[in-house]
Design a binder for this molecule. Structure first.
Ligand code: ADP
Length: 447
């Protein structure tokens, strides 16, 4: 967990522009590297295959040299030999043997028509091959064949007779181009898919970035709201306390007869002030819980005693509504928990039951179950609709129907109750039948 927290804080500390730039660099650079790699591979492949073709031409020349040498004085035999070689090798377009006497090239024999001799002679490669006495090759576009053709000139060594001899071979590049074309097509398909994936990643990234930005804005708003609630509740406390003091002073300064006259008004005022006080306390509890400041002071407590005290305080309100409020104590061990918080839990649940019950009764029980004390508050009230139960412990959530709109409340009580139960190491559950009644239970650990 600590590692995750560390990573999260680091992530939060990264400046905003980098949050866009880093992923963009990664998203763009990976396909770019792949594109470069594809082109590089195709070029290397092309070079290697061309090398192989030249090698093939030189090998053909090596094989032909002894036969050419033998038939150099017999042009007909030589042409037959060249034609046979041409037939046997479908890649070869043309084979010509040149003689070089006194720096003048002449065709000795060729598989080409004699009209094209001049073109063949003009190949600069022939002169290079003679000058440097080594094979030379060049790739040319042949307008007649409409294809790239390899022209290879190879000086023939160990020939009989005067002067030098040269073999000139034209080789097709069909196979190479076919393989190259197929490889390029495959590469382009991969690139297209990759571009698409990159686009999707980019779009996704921007959506994610926008959402992350919105989430951090909401977090900030939520923090400000919590700060505001906490500050407002604190500020409200002083005037309400002053109000109570002045009301008591006013009541003590008037005669018993006058007091009797405004008795009802005084009671309403006191009840309103008590509602205001409850609201302030609830708001303060919310901010304490959210900021992790809610203090738990553990002491040895008697759960039965705490419940009895709460019941005593709540009986007048219940009786006023015509409800019977009962508690059936059972034998319980003393436990270590926070007495004030346990009192708050029982008060919240009992006062809710009294609030949301129109007739009948509210029964409180506390039982020992395994190593837990289970406190239950069961009423014959209005009940809670099934679909509302999931949201019941959410902050500010109130059931909205005809019966509840009449009852004043904030929707904070059950959220606070759940948080406190969990802080004390217990669990809270609810069972309810709409229109029949509700039972809230919470547990407290014995040890
Ligand atoms: P409040 O009572 O201030 O509205 P709570 O958080 O205590 O807030 O309760 C949330 C909602 O749950 C109430 O508005 C009410 O609709 C429902 N509720 C709570 N307790 C009971 C109960 N015993 N019977 C019926 N409905 C209840």
């Amino acid at each position: 967990m600590a590692v995750f927290a560390g990573v999260f804080t680091k992530f939060k500390n990264i400046k905003k522009p980098f949050l866009i730039i880093y992923p963009l660099i990664i998203i763009i650079s990976i396909p770019l590297l792949l594109i470069l790699n594809t082109f590089w591979n195709l070029r290397t492949f092309n070079r290697d295959v061309n090398f192989l073709i030249r090698h093939q031409a030189v090998s053909t020349a090596d094989t032909l040299t002894p036969s050419i040498s033998k038939n150099i004085g017999n042009p007909e035999e030589l042409t037959a030999l060249l034609l046979n070689t041409l037939k046997a090798n479908s890649e070869i377009v043309n084979i010509t043997v040149f003689s070089d006497r006194n720096d003048e090239l002449n065709v000795v024999s060729s598989t080409e028509n004699s009209e094209n001799y001049e073109d063949l002679k003009k190949s600069g490669l022939n002169y290079l091959a003679i000058g440097f006495n080594q094979p030379f090759a060049g790739l040319n576009y042949d307008p007649n064949l409409r294809k790239n053709i390899w022209n290879v000139s190879i000086p023939l060594e160990g020939m009989e007779g005067e002067g030098k001899y040269l073999l000139f071979i034209k080789i097709k590049t069909d196979t190479v181009e076919e393989i190259l074309g197929r490889t390029s097509r495959d590469s382009y398909v991969v690139l297209a898919v990759l571009t698409l994936v990159t686009l999707v990643l980019l779009i996704n990234h921007f959506i994610f970035y926008k959402k992350a930005e919105r989430a951090s804005q909401l977090e900030e708003i939520d923090r400000l709201k919590d700060e505001f609630i906490s500050m407002a509740a604190h500020e409200l406390r002083a005037p309400v306390t002053a109000l109570v003091g002045y009301l008591e002073m006013l009541a003590s300064e008037i005669s018993p007869e006058e007091k009797e006259k405004i008795k009802e008004d005084l009671e309403i005022l006191n009840s309103l002030i008590s509602d205001l006080n409850n609201l302030i306390e609830e708001l303060l509890d919310v901010s304490r819980i959210e900021q992790g400041r809610l203090k738990i002071e553990v002491n040895e407590i008697n759960v039965n005693e705490i419940i009895e005290n709460v019941i005593k305080l709540m009986i007048p309100t219940a009786t006023q509504k015509g409800l019977s409020l009962n508690f059936n104590p059972s034998e319980l061990p003393k436990i270590n928990s926070d007495p004030n918080r346990v009192r708050q839990l029982v008060t919240n649940l009992v006062s809710n039951s009294v609030k949301y019950t129109l007739k009948g009764q509210v029964d409180v029980s506390a039982l020992l179950k395994d190593k837990l004390i289970e406190v239950s508050v069961k009423d014959t009230g209005i009940g809670i609709p099934g679909e509302e139960v999931v949201n019941l412990f959410t902050k500010f959530h109130r059931v909205k129907d005809k019966q509840t709109t009449e009852v004043r409340g904030t929707g904070l009580g059950l959220w606070i109750t759940k948080q406190i139960v969990e802080l004390l190491g217990g669990k809270i559950t609810v069972e309810s039948i709409y229109g029949t009644g509700t039972k809230f239970s919470f547990t407290l650990p014995v040890s």
